[in-house]
Design a protein around this ligand. Structure first.
Ligand code: FE2
Length: 495
């Protein structure tokens, strides 16, 4: 296959432009409860106000705000799921992105939130119905699709590069937003000929601020290198040979690691979810690429696993690469498949939900091996000061409730001694991703705070919780609570 940017863009646009023939809801949805008798956990999957959330001060309801904790937590996630009384989004992943902003200064926290004003959101709000093709949605034939950004849900993550805020999806452009007002500016083209090029939701940042990210389109992978000043240093292309689902990846100081799981989607047409095939016989392949010379690459192989998220990778002096990730024995698309949750349907704990924090060890030659911790969870995070470098700690979200979806605990695993510290919030809490925030003047990983939201079903609020990363089992250092909740999100950034 000839690799070219023109071909890449053309096929990417075609993938989203091909319409299916409608998406009938399975009959089991007939039992969906009405809005008035939704379970309390449905708060996490309930649409946010269309006008967003005006800035509002949160109250400190527990503990003492640590001196030096100053900055802004941005979060992104699907936040619109229902038009009228019964036009639900066909999949959680197709809910429109809303960026939440929690600004922390002088011991106070102020929350605001706004939808990303995408083409999809604008058209659907005007029509008051879901019509754009997407991850779980066939879409209406009338929906105008000229390229990936017409269906960009901008709902997966958020990053800040050189002071500019970007809402991220995985099959379209980064969408620039005002970092203070959250006003949408529009799709970002990192270079004139890269307009509309996908920008993955999991960019990687070197400690010096250089950002690397991927553009996925079937077997072709674009690689962005963006300087700390926000300008594009380079864009290259790799052919990984198959249309594996790549949601995340890994990077050391010297290498990019493209993780090719045997979860294949060759159809690339909406609804995308219908095109996935699990082919465990093909194993889990790793393409290791020299950052300075993309022609210098090698493959390694390990046992078949599915994954969404990595923590980060590092490299030892002999070239051995170690990276941690939340690995599943087989693919899982949310506990309720990403479909039940937004309709308030909960069928109990799914035994297939067995993501395990695992270290993947890739020797200089030969097969990769897995070191499994037995710790079930996802959304692994590391100290950004150590990204790509040897480190000890990985934070992740763990724990499960018997009575509602979502996770209930936050944990920190220490790879140097195999020990894990956890704090279990218990039933009635839905814990989201926690980020490392370095304590001012410190260097060690444990000299960090962990900050993240917890949806509190008892109070009906989203609480912002802070832990000491070195003493998570001691419980939160402080908790802020507003007078409102917002839908569960996926990923965030601290700036
Ligand atoms: Fe993700």
């Amino acid at each position: 296959m000839t690799l070219s940017r023109r071909h890449f863009l053309a096929t990417s646009a075609a993938g989203t432009a091909v319409m299916g023939l409608g998406f009938g809801l399975p009959s089991s949805f007939a039992a969906t409860p009405g809005a008035s008798d939704m379970p309390d956990w449905h708060l996490g999957y309930t649409s946010a106000p269309a006008a967003g959330f005006e800035p509002s001060s949160m109250r400190l309801v527990y503990g003492k705000v640590p001196a030096g904790l100053e900055g802004t937590l941005y979060r992104n996630g699907p936040a619109h799921f229902l038009y009228g009384s019964d036009d639900y989004a066909s999949h959680w992943f197709d809910g429109d992105g809303m960026v939440q902003r929690i600004a922390i200064a002088d011991g106070k926290a102020v929350h605001s939130g706004r939808f990303v004003e995408t083409v999809k959101h604008r058209i659907e709000q005007a029509e008051q119905k879901f019509s754009a093709p997407g991850f779980g949605t066939a879409g209406d034939l009338s929906f105008p699709v000229t390229g990936p950004d017409d269906v960009n849900a901008a709902n997966t993550s958020v990053t800040v590069i050189d002071g500019e805020l970007y809402a991220l999806w995985e099959a379209g452009s980064a969408i620039a937003m005002d970092a203070k007002t959250l006003e949408t500016k529009g799709p970002k083209a990192w270079r004139g000929d890269l307009a509309g090029m996908p920008f993955l939701a999991h960019p990687k940042r070197e400690p010096d601020g250089t950002v690397w990210n991927l553009a996925i389109n079937g077997p072709m992978v674009g690689v962005y290198q963006i300087g700390a000043g926000g300008g594009l240093n380079s864009f290259g292309l790799l052919d990984i040979g198959k249309a594996a689902y790549i949601h995340d990846w890994a990077m050391t100081e010297r290498h990019l690691i493209i993780m090719v799981q045997p979860w294949i989607n060759e159809a690339l047409r909406p609804p995308v979810v219908d095109g996935f095939e699990w082919r465990p016989e093909e194993g889990f392949k790793f393409l290791i690429v020299d950052k300075d010379d993309f022609s210098n690459r090698r493959w390694a192989q390990g046992p078949a696993r599915a994954f969404y998220h990595t923590g980060a990778a590092w490299e030892e002096s002999d070239g051995t690469i170690r990276l941690d990730a939340a690995l599943y024995k087989e693919p899982v698309l949310g506990v309720g498949g990403g479909v039940d949750e937004i309709r308030g349907v909960w069928k109990g704990t799914d035994e297939s939900f067995t993501s395990n924090l695992t270290q993947i060890v890739i020797p200089p030659s030969g097969d990769a091996r897995l070191i499994e911790t037995g710790l079930d969870g996802d959304f692994p995070q590391v100290d950004p000061r150590r990204h790509g470098l040897p480190r000890r700690l990985t934070a992740l979200v763990t724990g499960q409730s018997a009575s509602h979806p979502g996770m209930t605990a936050v944990s920190v695993h220490d790879w140097s001694n195999g020990k894990t510290e956890s704090f279990e919030f218990g039933e009635g809490r839905m814990v989201e991703e926690f980020l490392f925030v370095a304590k001012p003047g410190s260097e060690a990983e444990e000299d960090s705070w962990l900050i993240g939201p917890v949806l509190n079903l008892k109070t009906g609020t989203t609480d912002i919780c802070v832990f000491d990363a070195g003493h998570v089992s001691d419980g939160p250092v402080c908790i802020w609570r507003g007078d409102r909740s917002w839908p569960l999100g996926f990923h965030g950034t601290w700036s």
